[in-house]
Design a protein around this ligand. Structure first.
Ligand SMILES: [Fe+2]
Length: 176
């Protein structure tokens, strides 16, 4: 039995504030991709989906005069680090298993190259899954951060993914 559901995470004000900032539709879609990839990479589908959902929770708003400032973002952004810490704090506060919280937090820290030293860095399977899931949802011009769906649909999709995770954990069926 999971201690924390995606619905618990979704409803929390911290998630609503920070995940919405970087795109709720993107977060949900990366959670789905991570869930599907979890089977192939033999990682826990619950942890993968949660890490996918929370991977961009560390984003800061780099606005200059109402426009997103990519130069500032590239130069100063530390969203993987902020996200790893923020997600960990949120998960622990919600009562998440400590090992799950750690693995999810590490996957967020390593989801993008920006927090990694140059050269060959070996990611574990969970970290690869979250990185690949994010890549799958990327759109030209960073449009994925601005895509919107209504909140009723968001709730429906989050609840449905919770059900898929429960089924995958309970019966070890192929995630669909
Ligand atoms: Fe992302």
């Amino acid at each position: 039995m999971r201690k924390v559901s995606l619905q618990d995470i979704y409803e929390h004000p911290i998630t609503q504030k920070y995940v919405r900032r970087s795109g709720m539709a993107h977060a949900i879609s990366v959670a789905y991709h991570a869930f599907h990839l979890a089977k192939e990479y033999e990682v826990n589908p619950d942890w993968a989906a949660k890490a996918g959902f929370l991977h961009d929770i560390g984003h800061y708003e780099w606005y200059t005069g109402g426009e997103w400032d990519y130069d500032q973002y590239r130069e100063y952004d530390i969203h993987p680090i902020k996200g790893a810490e923020r997600a960990h704090k949120l998960l622990i506060r919600l009562g998440e298993d400590k090992l799950a919280a750690k693995e999810i937090s590490h996957a967020i820290l390593f989801h993008t190259e920006s927090a990694l030293p140059k050269g060959n860095v070996e990611l574990n399977a969970m970290q690869k899954v979250v990185h690949l899931a994010d890549e799958k949802d990327k759109q030209p011009g960073d449009e994925h951060h601005y895509r919107n769906i209504d909140q009723e649909k968001e709730r429906f999709l989050v609840k449905r993914l919770d059900e898929k995770i429960e089924q995958a954990l309970a019966r070890e069926i192929e995630p669909k």
